[in-house]
Design a protein around this ligand. Structure first.
Ligand SMILES: NC(=O)c1ccc[n+]([C@@H]2O[C@H](COP(=O)([O-])OP(=O)(O)OC[C@H]3O[C@@H](n4cnc5c(N)ncnc54)[C@H](OP(=O)(O)O)[C@@H]3O)[C@@H](O)[C@H]2O)c1
Length: 258
């Protein structure tokens, strides 16, 4: 899509670099492919680097425009290495998609601390570490930038049984606004936004419920979102001209009742 006279379009990001966390599966994989097809360089990060490489190669056969990096967002050093790799290969990051995340259906009355800690470490602290390092990169280059968090409808209201997962996604919502305020106070030309999907067919539900069979049942109740639907929302945010900041997109399957 070309950039139009009023500044809309993905051409404004042509040849710029997006770092996508959790690019080995689901929404992150769809996003990585889509941004490559939109003409961006993409650094895909996840613990399963081989799967990230497969995802990127499918959209970038020459391998010129993408880089697969092994990264565990719970580990600060691992994140720093990923940003260093992005700087070395493409000169730095212009867009950060904080997508890596997971849930455990884990009741508050009998929750497992390891599972709570993992959700907090990935969904909240990992997102903060990546955001901090992306901002340093964007500011050092004096450029504009865009940071997009993949939140959840579980951050807009509390689904029954969502326990600590819903708390982490409420935190993501608060962090979106906190960052927007900081950026304004600093007069940064960097934008921030969040997308809150309802049910999306990915690896998420199987992991959340620890059962592929239960996940299939959830996804078959009605037509749920596809990962590409979320990617479309991200492209919409990025396509807006510099003076337009889409703060939040709530994206439910039409038939989702809650
Ligand atoms: N699917 C839904 O219904 C839904 C709804 C609302 C919001 N979301 C949000 O969407 C985001 C993406 O989830 P998804 O639905 O695409 O699920 P998914 O298919 O399970 O993918 C999750 C991704 O997160 C990565 N990840 C998990 N732990 C990580 C860690 N410690 N370090 C780096 N990467 C890590 C995984 O990569 P590795 O395992 O290779 O590290 C994988 O690429 C999450 O933030 C989730 O909360 C999903």
């Amino acid at each position: 899509m070309a950039t139009t006279a009023d500044g809309y379009g993905m051409a404004q990001w042509q040849g710029k670099t997006a770092l996508v966390t959790g690019a080995s599966n689901g929404i992150g994989a769809a996003l990585a492919g889509r941004l490559l097809r939109e003409g961006m360089h993409v650094v895909g990060c996840a613990r399963r680097q081989d799967r990230v490489a497969e995802v990127l190669t499918a959209a970038d056969t020459s391998g010129q425009n993408s880089l697969a990096v092994e990264c565990d967002v719970r580990d600060e050093k691992s994140v720093q290495k990923a940003f260093a790799a992005a700087r070395k290969r493409f000169g730095g990051v212009d867009v950060l998609i904080n997508n890596a995340g997971l849930g455990h259906a884990n009741p508050l009355a009998e929750g497992k601390v390891d599972e709570w800690r993992e959700m907090l470490d990935v969904n909240v602290l990992g997102l903060c570490i990546c955001t901090r390092d992306a901002l340093a990169d964007m500011r050092a280059r004096g450029g504009r930038g865009h940071i997009i968090h993949i939140g959840s409808m579980a951050g807009q209201r509390v689904p029954a049984g969502a326990g600590l997962y819903a708390a982490t996604k409420h935190a993501v919502r608060a962090l979106t606004e906190a960052l927007r305020i900081e950026l304004r106070e600093n007069n940064d030309p960097i934008r921030v936004g969040e997308i809150c999907p309802g049910f999306v067919e990915t690896g998420f539900a199987g992991h959340y419920m620890k059962s592929e069979e239960k996940a299939r049942e959830v996804y078959s109740r009605f037509k749920v979102l596809e990962a590409d639907d979320v990617a479309e929302g991200v492209v919409y945010m990025l396509s807006c001209p510099e003076h337009v900041q889409v703060h939040d997109i709530l994206l439910r399957p039409t038939e989702q009742p809650t």
